[in-house]
Design a protein around this ligand. Structure first.
Ligand code: GLU
Length: 379
């Protein structure tokens, strides 16, 4: 009996509409949700950080508003999401509350995961909730997102969330137990795959388009999610979530498909920062700060001698040593005006000037890539 979740500490768990809402009645599957909350509570008690991406708002809201057409218009879907989200969040707060766990709700739109400033804020909120022992419950903000700027399915949304918080694994709980060599409903010879080492064109071809009538995604969006996750160093698991205790089942050898992570998250982040072409500014540092950076430390305002460019928090900047050589690149934690204000000041003074809770680093070491001789040559 292998525990499929044993290697992972930080998990993003995506709950599909077909697991949380009864397709026949349109009602919440309360017993199922209670069982899932038990699973989440025990994973959390083992020291894991958990972030849930929960679908179900539209499916719940359509019943609440008496919308029973099979295909809802965009406006009806947005109204359904608005009414259903209240019920969905309440259900999460109740079921986790029974275990003494607080649920936090975050509704996001694609720009939040794509634009660095929003991205950093959302990530900070999620990690603050995690530090406080809560479980963030995330969904797309369907009531305001328009068709063109919408994920539309929570498979890809959850993959973005997983990479945003650097989850070790993304678990997609839906009505399928993994990837088959062909759509199992149509092809009796279809074989279940336990592990996918890399998402090749052959693997993509195995995904049929079928989805249940409640959910937006199908195997195709799950494979898309797999590409986003694995390329950023997050493994992905697809498992059937419809039975009671779907996460416990995974710890007890339950059937699933594992998509292996392509590279470590640190490597992926480094590649992403190195790949940023539009550097928004330059930060000149003194010799002490240059040495600190080379030894893996964060960049503190005290070591900054000059600030150039029009950057805002989250932008990529070049960091230059006293000889004007670029020694590192990083994502800056302050806007240009703030950086200008605090340059050369010690951390206590910075906190005083920018207010309590202001992060003392100008560039945190997690957001920093020191250029080795080789990287520098490649530029
Ligand atoms: N965000 C949608 C909802 O909560 C679900 C999208 C999906 O099924 O992937 O109803």
């Amino acid at each position: 009996m292998t525990n499929a979740l044993a290697p992972y500490r930080r998990l993003t768990i995506k709950i599909g509409s077909a697991t949380i809402v009864d397709s026949a009645t349109g009602k919440l599957r309360t017993e199922w949700l209670m069982a899932l909350a038990e699973d989440l509570a025990s994973l959390k008690a083992e020291g894991r950080s958990l972030v849930v991406v929960s679908s179900g708002a539209i499916a719940l809201g359509r019943r609440l508003l008496g919308l029973d057409a099979v295909n809802l218009s965009l406006e009806q879907q947005q109204a359904a999401a608005s009414a259903g989200q209240i019920a969905l969040s309440q259900a999460w707060a109740d079921c986790l509350g029974r275990h003494g766990i607080v649920a936090g709700q975050i509704l996001i739109t694609p720009n939040i995961t794509e634009e660095r400033r929003y991205f950093l804020n959302a990530r900070t909120t999620i990690s603050t909730l995690l530090d406080l022992g809560a479980i963030p419950i995330i969904n797309e903000n369907d009531s305001v997102a328009t068709a063109e700027i919408k994920y539309g399915d929570n498979d890809r949304l959850s993959a973005r969330v997983a990479t945003m918080i650097e989850a070790d694994a993304l678990i997609l709980l839906s009505d399928v137990d993994g990837l088959y060599t062909a759509p199992p409903g149509r092809d009796p010879g279809a074989r279940h795959l336990a592990v996918v080492a890399a998402i090749t064109p052959e693997i993509e071809a195995m995904a049929g388009g079928a989805a249940s009538h409640l959910s937006k995604g199908g195997m195709t969006t799950k494979i898309e999610a797999g590409k986003i996750a694995t390329q950023a160093g997050t493994a992905m698991i697809i498992a059937r979530g419809t039975d009671l205790h779907p996460l416990r089942a995974l710890t007890e050898g339950g059937t699933h498909t594992l998509f292996a992570a392509a590279e470590s998250r640190a490597q992926a982040r480094k590649r992403w920062i190195m790949g940023t072409l539009d550097l928004a500014g330059q930060i000149h540092v003194d010799a002490g700060a240059a040495r600190a950076l080379l030894s893996g430390k964060s960049l503190l305002p005290i070591g900054v001698t000059r600030v150039k460019g029009e950057f805002v928090r989250g932008d990529a900047v070049a960091i230059l040593d006293p000889d004007g050589r670029e020694i590192a690149r990083g994502l800056v934690g302050l806007d240009r005006d703030e950086a200008e204000l605090v340059k050369g000041k010690n951390s206590a003074r910075v906190a005083e000037m920018l207010g309590l809770g202001a992060r003392a680093e100008l560039v945190h070491r997690d957001n920093l890539v020191v250029l080795t001789g080789m990287d520098a040559k490649a530029l």
